[in-house]
Design a protein around this ligand. Structure first.
Ligand SMILES: *[C@@H]1O[C@H](CO)[C@@H](O)[C@H](O)[C@H]1NC(C)=O
Ligand SMILES: *[C@@H]1O[C@H](CO)[C@@H](O)[C@H](O)[C@H]1NC(C)=O
Ligand SMILES: *[C@@H]1O[C@H](CO)[C@@H](O)[C@H](O)[C@H]1NC(C)=O
Ligand SMILES: *[C@@H]1O[C@H](CO)[C@@H](O)[C@H](O)[C@H]1NC(C)=O
Ligand SMILES: *[C@@H]1O[C@H](CO)[C@@H](O)[C@H](O)[C@H]1NC(C)=O
Ligand SMILES: *[C@@H]1O[C@H](CO)[C@@H](O)[C@H](O)[C@H]1NC(C)=O
Length: 410
């Protein structure tokens, strides 16, 4: 693939990131749907001063957000002297957190899921099983004493958009009144749509859904309020798949993010592009605990690990990329077998989609090497963090493009 980094830009939208991460943290990391504890910690984390500063250093607040800023950030829920949240009777705890979700025609989301049999291009796997359990995939039935029971699933790394949408359907502050909403969520499965057409289709076909989407959106009354600047998308593929800069058929991906309407919207994806309104959020891992106790059990296990390898690498060589360092890493790893563990992910060897195989290696390693693959970032970075293994980057963009992800993960 080509070099995705062509622009560093300004004009970040800090309030927006804050709000969306807030929702994201609540939705994705609130482990107990009914309990309030996890939600409280998500709130505290996101509104924490240090974190706020990190976000705010990105840029100043664009003027068109001021009216929403008041609503989104300032009316914090009341806390008692211990800092615990009180569900206030006098204030609406959803003020500033209301989200309006567009009811898109099913061709933009549900139809793609229903046609999962077609979503096989580029991999030799059928996507359908991965869509079980609201996008988590099938539960791992035999954790082999490597994982803990009932918390691990065979999650596909590209299904964030489906997982997020399903979580959002249960969000406590949904509203049908867009005038009180702080953000408008557009549940378009851009990644699934793109994966149908990335290989062997002309640009007209690749852009078709994107053009249809922005036309549909811009005709809605919600569009006029802020010209789409309060709209956001969540995509399960890397942003570069949606940033084709010319209509040359040999260029990669769709031009979704270069459409005029789309430029006004924010997009959260597993790898951002450094463009002004793209934001990176963590790849979905296979760990989906439903209770705090499952997290504590996992942390406990990880702390007690005996790490017999100094470093490890899980991946396949990339001979097609001339400057890929993967070949060298593999050679050196094989040359020091007592220090390094190699998990060869070439097709037909180990199944690296099964977290039992990956976690077994990462749990017994101190450092986990994370060279770029098809793109600069990898789901494996988050797998290593989960396993308590220190990720080692080989390219500055692995951390730059991961900037928000890493920072919001920890
Ligand atoms: C936002 O808050 C500021 C300061 O409290 C106030 O001056 C301004 O009028 C508020 N804006 C809106 C739209 O409520
Ligand atoms: C986990 O599940 C396996 C098989 O389902 C069972 O044999 C094992 O005892 C369980 N482990 C714990 C700690 O519950
Ligand atoms: C919004 O409207 C739909 C359809 O009328 C309804 O099913 C849904 O419950 C409403 N949602 C909220 C949050 O009021
Ligand atoms: C693009 O491909 C579609 C179907 O694959 C075809 O119908 C269409 O004519 C092609 N468009 C161009 C401009 O080649
Ligand atoms: C399209 O891109 C290829 C590869 O970069 C280049 O060789 C070709 O000349 C380009 N075609 C047009 C019409 O610009
Ligand atoms: C994008 O937003 C600007 C105002 O910020 C507006 O002038 C422009 O028309 C919007 N673009 C579209 C396609 O709506």
């Amino acid at each position: 693939m080509e070099n995705p980094i062509t622009s560093k830009c300004c004009n970040h939208q800090p309030w927006f990131v804050l709000l969306v991460f807030f929702v994201f943290c609540i939705e994705l990391f609130s482990f107990d749907y009914s309990g309030f504890t996890a939600k409280k910690s998500a709130l505290v984390t996101v509104l924490d001063d240090n974190h706020g500063n990190v976000i705010n250093t990105q840029s100043s607040l664009p003027h068109d957000f001021t009216e929403i800023t008041n609503a989104s950030v300032y009316p914090l829920p009341k806390t008692d002297e211990k800092g615990d949240l009180k569900v206030g009777t006098e204030i609406d705890s959803c003020v500033g957190r209301y989200i309006f979700v567009h009811d898109l025609p099913s061709r933009f989301n549900e139809d793609l899921v229903n046609n999962c049999r077609l979503l096989t291009r580029g991999t030799d796997k059928n996507m359908c099983p991965y869509l079980d359990n609201l996008g988590f995939g099938p539960e791992i039935e035999n954790p082999e004493d490597v994982l803990i029971n009932n918390s691990w699933f065979l999650t596909n790394q590209f299904l964030l958009e489906v997982i997020f949408h399903n979580k959002m359907k249960r969000y406590e502050c949904l509203t049908n009144d867009s005038s009180i909403a702080s953000a408008i969520y557009v549940p378009f499965y851009a990644g699934l749509d793109m994966s149908l057409y990335l290989w062997g289709f002309n640009t007209t076909v690749r852009d078709s859904a994107s053009l249809g989407l922005v036309k549909w959106l811009s005709e809605k009354p919600e569009w006029k309020r802020m010209w789409g600047r309060d709209h956001f998308l969540v995509a399960g593929r890397i942003a570069w798949d949606f940033r084709r800069q010319s209509d040359n058929e040999t260029d990669w991906g769709s031009k979704l993010r270069f459409l005029p309407e789309s430029k006004n919207m924010s997009m959260l994806s597993i790898e951002s592009s450094s463009w002004n309104n793209d934001y990176a959020i963590p790849y979905p891992t296979c760990f989906h605990p439903s209770k705090d106790s499952e997290i504590f059990r996992w942390q406990d296990r990880i702390r007690r690990q005996n790490r017999q390898y100094l470093f490890s690498f899980a991946g396949a060589p990339r001979p097609e990329y001339q400057n890929s360092i993967r070949g060298k890493i593999i050679d050196q790893c094989l040359a020091s077998k007592s220090q390094c563990k190699l998990l060869d992910c070439n097709y037909g060897t180990t199944n690296c989609d099964n977290p039992v195989n990956v976690m077994k290696v990462f749990q017994s390693s101190i450092f986990c090497l994370q060279p770029p693959g098809d793109s600069y970032t990898r789901r494996s970075i988050f797998d290593s963090i989960l396993a308590g293994c220190i990720p080692v980057f080989f390219h500055p963009d692995t951390s730059m493009l991961n900037h928000f992800k890493i920072f919001h993960m920890v």
